[in-house]
Design a protein around this ligand. Sequence first.
Ligand code: GDP
Length: 177
Amino acid sequence: PQSVAEKIDYVFKVVVIGDSAVGKTQILARFTKNDFCFDSKSTIGVEFQTRTLTINSKVIKAQIWDTAGQERYRAVTSAYYRGALGAMLVYDITKRQSFDHVARWVEELRAHADNSIVIMLIGNKADLVDLRAVPTEDAVEFAENQGLFFSETSALNGDNVESAFFKLLEGIYGQVS
Ligand code: GDP
């Protein structure tokens, strides 16, 4: 097929992290397959999905890794972070605890990932407006203090998922080019 002939300029590894059930798997499905699965279970066996796109006329293959439910057992290992140029750090805007844990996930990244890793903080489930427990301003402030990109997304309706990934990948491109 056509992908065989496509010249890939860069492969960017991106990891998706955050508490269990915040929507990591669905964000990944939305970005790589433009799909949402209503009865999602942990994806066992699938380590990453890819999507090839163009940034500044360069063909970039984004290789996006999912923890496949292992974050429940705190078993996310350094192998998972190895070579990652970007991270999507996801919390659920309806679950305060998932936002309170974001600082821990940043520490985890600082400990195990490359120093120059580009981090995008994602407040997911933005469609659940009536259940919001995390004000946008709290996340904006945290992201500014920590030097992270920030976006609120909905994997359910697709809002901002594409733009968040593009912002992250452009940030990575800006570092490697
Ligand atoms: P993970 O454990 O972080 O990978 O979370 P999942 O992707 O498995 O999602 C956990 C649950 O949240 C599932 O029931 C999803 O259907 C639901 N979910 C994920 N993203 C959204 C979203 O943007 N909006 C809403 N309303 N539900 C979502």
